[in-house]
Design a binder for this molecule. Structure first.
Ligand SMILES: Cc1cc2nc3c(=O)[nH]c(=O)nc-3n(C[C@H](O)[C@H](O)[C@H](O)COP(=O)(O)O)c2cc1C
Length: 180
């Protein structure tokens, strides 16, 4: 009953360095662009990094736990202005807009036989310096895209993480019918 892409999507760590075609990359970006956003503000911006030189520099800004991502051929930095979304309820809706765009991109990647892994483990100031993202923008997430490889290429710690069962809260814990 659930879309195949939703069930297949997972944040795996074993990327191969096989490049992604321009056509595929473009369709991932298009999928992001067609996400809904509050009052259609479309606060998202995507900095696509795939030149080896820039990737090498950007890899220096990753936290140690995200070293596995250096194998991925494409890194997309998703940035937005804190006042770039709509102001309803005084809530930071720009982050919701970005999240919806990113999920579209992740599902499109699965549809194409690729894997995407969103992250928050990196140094924002360093990534902004390397890529020239203007100071009024915040980096919300960095998503790595590529083909999934074999987990035997990962170090022991990452292999252990990959072997953990994926879990979710039960619907009974989070769904409230009619009243909380
Ligand atoms: C905003 C955000 C930040 C994340 N940061 C990291 C990260 O820095 N490193 C990492 O390996 N995974 C990161 N993840 C992936 C989550 O750990 C993963 O989505 C979660 O464990 C559920 O697993 P699944 O995506 O395979 O369903 C992040 C995911 C999100 C949405």
């Amino acid at each position: 009953m659930i879309l195949e892409e939703i069930m297949k999507r997972h944040s795996g760590r074993a990327f191969t360095n096989q490049p992604i075609s321009d056509e595929m990359l473009n369709s991932i970006l298009e999928a992001g662009r067609w996400a809904p956003s509050c009052a259609n503000t479309q606060a998202w911006n995507f900095v696509v990094i795939r030149d080896k030189e820039v990737l090498d520099e950007a890899h220096e800004a990753l936290s140690g736990g995200n070293a596995y991502a250096k194998a991925a051929p494409v890194m997309i930095i998703v940035a937005a202005k804190e006042d770039g979304g709509c102001g309803a309820h005084g809530l930071p809706y720009f982050t919701m807009d970005v999240g919806l765009a990113v999920e579209n991109m992740l599902l499109q990647a699965v549809h194409l036989g690729l894997m995407g892994h969103p992250t928050a483990g990196w140094n924002e100031a360093e990534l902004k310096e390397i890529t020239g993202i203007p100071k009024e923008y915040r980096i919300i997430t960095v998503v790595f895209f590529g083909y999934e490889g074999d987990i035997s290429q990962l170090d022991e710690a990452d292999q252990a993480k990959e072997s953990r069962p994926r879990k979710r809260k039960e619907l009974s814990e989070i769904v409230h019918w009619n009243h909380w």
